[in-house]
Design a protein around this ligand. Sequence first.
Ligand code: TPP
Length: 361
Amino acid sequence: MLTDEYDPLKGKMLQILDKDGKVDKILEPDIPDDLLIRAYKTMVLARTADEKAVRLQRQGKLGAYPPSKGQEASQLGPALAMGEKDWLVWAFRELAALMWRGVPIWRAYLYWMGNEEGSNYPENVRVTPSAVPVSSQIPHAVGISYASKLRKEASATVVYFGDGGTSEGDFNEGLNFAGVFKTPTVFVCQNNQYAISLPRSRQTAARTIAQKALAFGFPGIQVDGNDILAMYAAAKEALERARRGDGPTLIESYTYRLGDHTTSDDATRYRLDQEVKEWTERDPIKRFKIYLEKKRLWTDGTEKETLAWAQTTVEEEVKKAQSFPSPAIDEVFKHTYAEMPPELREQVEVLRQRPNLLREG
Ligand SMILES: Cc1ncc(C[n+]2csc(CCOP(=O)(O)OP(=O)(O)O)c2C)c(N)n1
């Protein structure tokens, strides 16, 4: 068991692919070549789509956007290990995972353009809508997985949240319930070192986030989140544990947000250039590419083709998102309550009479 070998109290972090693309042969997971290639292409596409979203925001064509540059392996590793019937519950910075699970990029763009159609995923896609209130998605994920346990379904739920999210009541309540009721939940904490400007050292005095699992009575593991093979292996084991009925696992993905917190943030005000430079050298895409090259699955030619394909694909997705008309005024109020409460109905009426209020803010 990886969670025994890498017990958080032993102070070891799971890494299979080091920053120079060298693989640990003993721990290397058995992933078919075609899946490895698809995973790499998805990471490149996610990076391209992410950088495009930031540029669209700067041009006033998209609202606030939370970049995920640098966290592609952290997100994609667990998604790769998931089965078709498993649920993915995300926060707001998990573009690569959404893409892998079948959410079209244009829908993701539409969501950040303020159009709720962006959350209308295809019928067979088991992904919940984004949850911006920090950690509010954790109790939802525990509820979903508890429901599949009661129904005796063989599906598990993977839920993503950040290091900042671990200070919320919802984190503590959710993990406690999961431990007591042995729900089939895989908790993936993307520890990207900051909650906006607050560094991880100010978030908790615990040495690792992974060790918090032990107090809830289930295993935790700290994983190099820029190593797709390690994230895949840890998630695979956690999903198997969940499906066996042996309960939840907490995976701390030790990673870094290379971009700003959102397009409203300026990370240079609280991070040193040197730190960003060091993490850029640990880029998850770069090391995965070296791994594929060594396995003779990748060449300069396929790289060039893939970069061009990613650019063209993203431009097409942008066009699709932009072809949607602006939503009707009452759309903004529709998707929280089954029945709209009177105070919201009142606000809709005011807006109908004075639509400029929305633009004026
Ligand atoms: C309950 C709640 N409080 C505050 C905020 C404002 N807010 C948005 S993101 C964020 C930081 C989240 O940090 P973390 O959980 O580490 O995730 P990251 O943004 O780094 O991915 C905060 C405080 C919010 N969205 N919800």
